[in-house]
Design a binder for this molecule. Structure first.
Ligand code: G4P
Length: 174
């Protein structure tokens, strides 16, 4: 197990909790944020994509943003966060709906046409992969924008998709 995985697992044991399928990480990942831990996780994930010619990182509001920024710094590329509310200044945009089973609500993700260009190579980043509805919406935006999704990476992969890179899976938490 790599250092990022060991450190995160230890932190979940001391400061987190696992309640069935829901992992409480809001003392270090998605409410109060341990930037050192985030950097360690970002370095591990960025290393896996270092030679993949990533042009931009793409994530979704809100909790994906901190990791996306940390990975973007490591790879020295910009990151984009899809917005859940369309700003007045966003005139031309790509949009896709996503239903969160965890939160039982539907949201639409918006990305301005000014920030994505055809053929650009993107890396999707998020905190959790659960049912995959966020990734599905992101994949729709990738299709609409004729960009290329080179990779997908999250901190904790709770799903079955093996093409989603992660630091920990549900199996590691048992
Ligand atoms: P999906 O994106 O893979 O489809 O998953 P799902 O709809 O089931 O739930 C996604 C939302 O729930 C995400 O937040 C994600 O961060 C959060 N989530 C999923 N599993 C867990 C978990 O085990 N622990 C915690 N703490 N959160 C979890 P979101 O609604 O996309 O938005 P935001 O909270 O980032 O704003």
């Amino acid at each position: 197990m790599n250092q990022a995985a060991k450190t995160l697992l230890e932190r979940i044991k001391t400061d987190g909790a696992i309640d069935g399928q829901v992992i409480k990480v809001d003392l270090f990942l998605n409410h109060m944020v341990d930037t050192g831990l985030m950097r360690l996780i970002a370095r591990e994930l960025a290393n896996r994509f270092a030679d993949r010619q990533i042009d931009k990182i793409l994530t979704a509001e809100t909790s994906g943003i901190m990791l996306a920024q940390a990975v973007a710094e490591e790879l020295d590329v910009p990151f984009i966060y899809a917005k859940k509310k369309k700003p007045l200044t966003m005139v031309d945009y790509y949009a896709a709906a996503s239903y969160s089973f965890t939160k039982q609500e539907s949201t639409t993700l918006y990305v301005s046409k000014e920030v994505l260009f055809p053929e650009e190579r993107l890396l999707f980043i998020d905190d959790f992969f659960a049912r995959g509805s966020t990734l599905k919406a992101i994949e729709e935006i990738v299709d609409q924008s004729h960009t290329v999704l080179v990779g997908k990476a999250v901190i904790i992969n709770k799903g079955e998709r093996e093409d989603v890179e992660s630091i920990l899976t549900m199996g590691d938490l048992k």
